[in-house]
Structures are given as structure tokens and as C-alpha cells.
Design a protein around this ligand. Structure first.
Ligand SMILES: *Cc1c(COP(=O)(O)O)cnc(C)c1O
Length: 381
């Protein structure tokens, strides 16, 4: 099965396994090979429709992963060497001085990038509470791009994607969604009308904390063409080995996410009643402010949760340093459970509490996770 049409009826759990394979040939490869070439033999005149020619323009391993992400997200996908590179290539499409409306917290890399763009006069940014739909819509007139991360990192706020996308499109404002936390298995922004759906492929899609990659999917052939040219000629390109590894990781995305999400739900429920925890943020909890909204258009609540630890920043640090199975480290989306106090990074937004610990839940046994998190939290008090 090789054509996208043939795969389109499949469930996502099958698509992650079937997509991005070479065409069937007798005794041919089951997986795309890793092509370690900077240059390729010229094609005969008149056969210029599928050439790579030079490795800054394309690569079999990129194409396979791009195809696989496109199957899940819709539209056409381009790979970038990191999630940040994917995001800044989208911002790079905007004319000098454009207005972006976006959340006042969210992935710190984006916050730092935008702060510098504002300082240099390249972009104007309207910062809003992305969960407050009225506030976001009021900021839209005159904006060139609405940039939505949802659920947000690390606050776990959920934006009303269908309402915001509709309002922005009615005003002619472009919409980009950072879909990293949800993965394409839980929400599909392009199907809701967004122009771009972006991933830090580094996280859930690749899933093993061993590479950096990013992707942009768009339903617009014109935007795809502009992004593709920007990638070719700005010259920061992904490596073929990273793309190959990420596609290998993606084969198990559905099963990893299912397990990690079940673990996250169970941990969220138990942590709610933990004496060392002031607050749990997880859209899957019926008491969470994001629960009703997330239930309307997400197919699940993801594998990340955050807790506010009793006793402030010092207690939160003590907890993170006391775990044994759970690794004290940044990042998320891998098979292993990680946690960290977000304000150990000086650039975390002031709107995120100093004692907030983000837990990126992995696929370990739930009782082992609970025993470790419980003892670490108790030791922190
Ligand atoms: C990690 C992350 C990014 C940045 O991705 P990199 O691959 O590290 O460049 C962007 N958005 C979100 C939500 C992230 O978690």
C-alpha cells in the first residue's frame, strides 16, 4: 500500500505504521534507506519533475517522514532541523513590521525569539491569554498571524481552536498552531481551517529523546512553495539520519501515546490528593478549567501535566532532585518520564508559578512511577 489515497481510509494507528514506505518492488526495501549524499547524478533533460540534485533541496528520508506526517495532519509537510526552525520559518513569511497575536506564555523559545523581534522592530506582538477567547478575538483586527500553542507548555491551557480559527479567518488573519503537545493523533488543526500545523518532531513524533527535528504542514500550495524555498535558500536543513530515526520512532507513536496518556491520567488523579501538591494542571481531569473545551475537539488529553508543589520553588527543586526512576531533565515526548521546575530557566514567563513542575509522562509501569513521584514529593516537604 503506497498511495496516500489508499492509506486515507486507515485509522491513525495504522497510518503511522504504513506511511512513508518505499513503493513495492520485488525484493525491494521495506524502509527508506539513509542516503548519505550531498550530490546526485543529473537527470536527463525533460525528466526534471522529481530530482533532488543536491542534498540541500531534498532527501529520500525527509520525503518519507514528510509524507507520513502529511498523512496524519493533512496538507503538505516540510521538515526543518528543529521545532524552533519550523516555527521561525513560519514567522519568516511575514512582512517586516507585521502584527502577531499570541499567548503571553507558552514555549519559552518562542517567547524569547519574539522578544528579540520586537526589540529589533521586526514584528509587533499582541500578547493575550490564549484560553480567553473574547480577549484573543478582540486582539485580532490588524493581526497578520494568530499563533496558537494548545495545550500550552507548561501551563496546559487549552485554546478554543475551532472558534479562534474561524474568527481569524473571517478577518483574513493567518493561523498557525503549535500542535506539539497534542500530536496529530489528538487534534488536526488544518482540518479545523488553520494555515499551518507545526511540530517539534523532537518530542512525541520521534519519541526517544535522541534527535532534534521540526515540521510545518500547510494546506496551501503557495505557502508550501514559499516555505520550501526559504528552507532551500536559508540553508538550515535537517539531516537524513535524524529524519530516518524520527520515522522509525513514529511507527510506535500511537501505542506510546496511548500508554503515556493513560499514565498521565492516573498520575493526575492521584496527585490531586497528594499532601505535597497545591494544584494539578491536566485537561483530562474533570475539574480542570480546560476539560470541557478540550473534550469538544480533542481525541485525548495528552501525556503532559504540571503540578504546583507546596513549599515554593525550593520544595519543587528538592522534589525534582529526589526522584530516581523519573529523570530530572527538560524536554518531553520521549518514552521516559521527565520532570523539571520550569523557572529553573530564567526565560520562563512570569505568568507561570515559581513552584510549577512539568511532568512529561512516559510509558513506564504506573505503580513504579507513582512510587517514585510520591517518595520524591514527600522528601521535598
Ligand atoms: C520543544 C518545543 C518546541 C521547540 O522544539 P525544538 O525541537 O526543541 O526546537 C516548540 N514548541 C513546543 C510546544 C515545544 O515543546
Amino acid at each position: 500500500m503506497t498511495s496516500r489515497d489508499e492509506r486515507s481510509h486507515l485509522h491513525p494507528e495504522s497510518q503511522v505504521v504504513a506511511a512513508g514506505r518505499p513503493a513495492h518492488t520485488f525484493d525491494g526495501d521495506l524502509n527508506v534507506p539513509i542516503s548519505l549524499n550531498s550530490t546526485f547524478h543529473a537527470t536527463p533533460p525533460g525528466e526534471l519533475d522529481a530530482p533532488v540534485g543536491y542534498a540541500r533541496y531534498g532527501n529520500e528520508a525527509w520525503s518519507a517522514l514528510e509524507q507520513a506526517i502529511s498523512d496524519l495532519e493533512g496538507g503538505q509537510t516540510l521538515l526543518f532541523p528543529s521545532g524552533m526552525s519550523a516555527i521561525t520559518h513560519v514567522f519568516g513569511l511575514l512582512p517586516h513590521g507585521s502584527v502577531i497575536t499570541t499567548s503571553h506564555n507558552g514555549y519559552t523559545g518562542v517567547q524569547v525569539y519574539l522578544a528579540q523581534a520586537i526589540e529589533e522592530g521586526r514584528l509587533e506582538v499582541r500578547f493575550v491569554d490564549i484560553a480567553n477567547t473574547d480577549e484573543v478575538i478582540a486582539a485580532l483586527p490588524g493581526s497578520a498571524l494568530l499563533w496558537i500553542e494548545s495545550p500550552t507548555n507548561p501551563g496546559l491551557d487549552v485554546a478554543d481552536l475551532p472558534a479562534l480559527i474561524k474568527a481569524a479567518k473571517a478577518l483574513g488573519c493567518g493561523v498557525g498552531v503549535d500542535n506539539t503537545f497534542a500530536t496529530p493523533l489528538l487534534q488536526q488543526p488544518l482540518a479545523l481551517g488553520a494555515d499551518f500545523s507545526v511540530h517539534s518532531v523532537t518530542k512525541f513524533i520521534a519519541g526517544h529523546s535522541d534527535l532534534l527535528l521540526g515540521s510545518v504542514s500547510t494546506s496551501s500550495p503557495e505557502l508550501w512553495r514559499r516555505l520550501s524555498n526559504a528552507r532551500k535558500f536559508a540553508g538550515a536543513i535537517p539531516g537524513p539520519f535524524e529524519a530516518w530515526l524520527a520515522l522509525r520512532g513514529m511507527r510506535t507513536l500511537a501505542i506510546r501515546l496511548e500508554r503515556a496518556q493513560a499514565n498521565a491520567m492516573e498520575l493526575a488523579i492521584r496527585l490531586q490528593n497528594h499532601p505535597a501538591v497545591e494544584r494539578v494542571r491536566y485537561p483530562g481531569l474533570p475539574t480542570d478549567p480546560s476539560h470541557a473545551r478540550a473534550s469538544q475537539f480533542m481525541k485525548g488529553y495528552g501525556a503532559i501535566l504540571s503540578i504546583d508543589v507546596k513549599g515554593g520553588a525550593e520544595a519543587a527543586d528538592r522534589a525534582c532532585n529526589a526522584s530516581r526512576l523519573v529523570t530530572h531533565a527538560t524536554s518531553l515526548g520521549g518514552v521516559e518520564t521527565l520532570w523539571e521546575r520550569r523557572h529553573r530557566w530564567s526565560w520562563e514567563s512570569p505568568s507561570i508559578p515559581k513552584n510549577l513542575v512539568r511532568i512529561a509522562v512516559g510509558i513506564e509501569n504506573i505503580e513504579d512511577l507513582w512510587a517514585d513521584i510520591d517518595q520524591a514529593l514527600r522528601a521535598s516537604q
